[in-house]
Design a binder for this molecule. Sequence first.
Ligand SMILES: [Zn+2]
Length: 210
Amino acid sequence: MLDLVLPLQCGGCGAPATRWCDACAGELIVAPDEPHLISPRVDPQVPVFALGRYAGARRRAILGVKEHGRGDLVAPLACALATGVHRLLVWGMVDAPLTIVPAPTRRLAARRRGGDPVTRIATAAVAGHPEIGVVPALRMRALARDSVGLGTAARERNLAGRVVLRGRPPRTDVLVVDDIVTTGATARESARVLTAAGLRVTAVLALAAA
Ligand SMILES: [Zn+2]
């Protein structure tokens, strides 16, 4: 139905007559030495990996899913995430059985955007892997402001004590997945809360590092 009313445009570069062009697909390819280990300013105390920089087609695809309702871009991002998770398994950074816990977003924000994008992308990425599940085990208390535009210290203050468990915690090792790691504050608070609940957080994997 949407095809009838929306002009068909690449979600990465705006090229006409395609939803996702070959050039943009090329930008999301996960090279053999990726995901890269990164060092956010706030140390989450677990290894943090990113599939690439928050720029170009990757940035526009993430924004497309989060802000512009481009559900069709979940698939290419999920494909890249699946490759990233596979590499971490091969490298022995994580072990199966494994539970992916999406980093929390403000619930209101997620609802407004049609469901939490990270959960959707992660679920699509590991579909068909019986040993890897996705459990949205964290939520952000309503007090937390959207962190856009906040500096490192302000982000940490904004998050302190506001990431909380929801539901029953998973029983396996955990890989925290986030869309964009900026300061590392969300990753650290997520890992801290999960660890305090007795879980082993083996790594954080982000779709992009800002
Ligand atoms: Zn494109």
